[in-house]
Write a protein that binds this ligand. Sequence first.
Ligand SMILES: Cc1cc2nc3c(=O)[nH]c(=O)nc-3n(C[C@H](O)[C@H](O)[C@H](O)COP(=O)(O)OP(=O)(O)OC[C@H]3O[C@@H](n4cnc5c(N)ncnc54)[C@H](O)[C@@H]3O)c2cc1C
Length: 452
Amino acid sequence: MLIANHILIVGGGFSGTLLAINLVRHGMARVSLIERDPARMGRGLAYGAAQEDHVLNVRAANMSAFPDEPDHFATWLEAHGLGGRQSFATRQTYGAYLSDLLQDARHRSGEQLHVIVGNGVDLSFNGSNGAARLTLEDGRVVGADAVVLTPGNLPPHDLPPFAGLEAPLYVRDPWSCEIAEDLAGQDQVLLIGSGLTAIDCALTLRSRGFSGRIVTLSRRGLIPYSHSDAGHHAPLKVRPSETGSALVKMMRQRARFVGWRNAVDELRPFTQDIWRAADDEARRRFLRHLRPYWDVHRHRLAPDVRERIDAMQANGSFLTFAGKIVDARANTEGIAISWRPRGQRDTKTIMARRAINCTGPLGDLARTRDPLLQQLRDAGLIRPDSLAIGIDVDREGHAINAQGEPSKRLFAAGPMTRGAHWEVIAVPDIRRQVGSLARRLALSHWIEGNGL
Ligand SMILES: Cc1cc2nc3c(=O)[nH]c(=O)nc-3n(C[C@H](O)[C@H](O)[C@H](O)COP(=O)(O)OP(=O)(O)OC[C@H]3O[C@@H](n4cnc5c(N)ncnc54)[C@H](O)[C@@H]3O)c2cc1C
């Protein structure tokens, strides 16, 4: 039986920060929030590594940090003279909002909330009572009753053809500021992938003065669509009973009446339940065949951003190719990338001065280079979910160990729990997830841990 008085959260991005704030609100005696990168404390990758012209892909009205106060962010934005409910604020602005919330929670909570800059590298549950001990890279040790992992999205892995290449020819980290360094107007840059990360990189390249051609190459060559004012309609009230291709057919029919954006959005309250109801085979089929289409319809761009991309496409400075990269070789001109266009046998070659990995986050624990996740995996305290897209957790967020048992003291939240919930990547879903996890952890006091 666990009575948690001290919760340790590893990862100070949106998920960890909001979990800490919620725990404090629920009266948890002590909360320690650990973040390895001071610039990302309270902001994480999405809102701590953003450039000036990276905007949110969700309107302010849907970006409140608290589900029970839906206008919280829009009100903050208005109070700071930075926009209103319908605005697509910049991600730096959103980071400032989160940072404000964290400051405020620290100020109000006094000794309750500890914010620690450090890199957690080793976690064990020792001691006579099984309490947690997290060792940081610099040797400090933090103890707690229970630990929540909120490591966020892990960096993408290298595609095999690029494995031996290094910067400045091949850039592994699409969020590094150096992606535009030392490029000239006649150069060509290849973005590997054409999703939201590639769009971010294209904007960064342009805002840093790169005027040459940008080429994106992905399996299907799909670029995210944009938001528009889809108009109001009566949304679905009950979860559709269809699954797989029948569900796609139903959505197509629905799209004829309410528009495709509404048809996608109205599924949102049910997506997690649909995912949980599907078996592994159905989930695999979705990942293999439907995911790219789902992503470009579901995770949309702010209209201004899409207009900028459209303008670049129109003047020929932004090209999108569909195909598979088969080889990449450095030469005196840059990198020669051989690729096979989708549906064709013959290969073609693209010459690029730089190639940037925009393939999106890695969720496969077997391949992660993150020291803490490696250590936890090797110790059998966590395991990959059955689709190898994240950390295996049960519905309440308990980490499942190598023997298949839910841990009493180790939890995970945020995008790395996508195997269990799928739709747990964006703010509206994460805020709900961490809100209810905080409530359950805080309630463990007076229900003597039965809820844990
Ligand atoms: C570029 C981008 C743009 C997005 N835009 C939007 C948007 O407009 N609207 C929306 O709703 N959603 C958006 N999202 C999705 C969503 O907001 C993010 O997925 C969410 O912020 C995830 O937060 P997180 O805290 O789980 O992860 P992260 O933000 O990745 O934070 C995890 C943190 O944990 C730290 N960490 C990891 N391991 C350790 C360790 N061992 N020790 C110490 N620290 C550690 C990392 O340094 C990192 O700062 C975006 C996501 C990305 C990546």
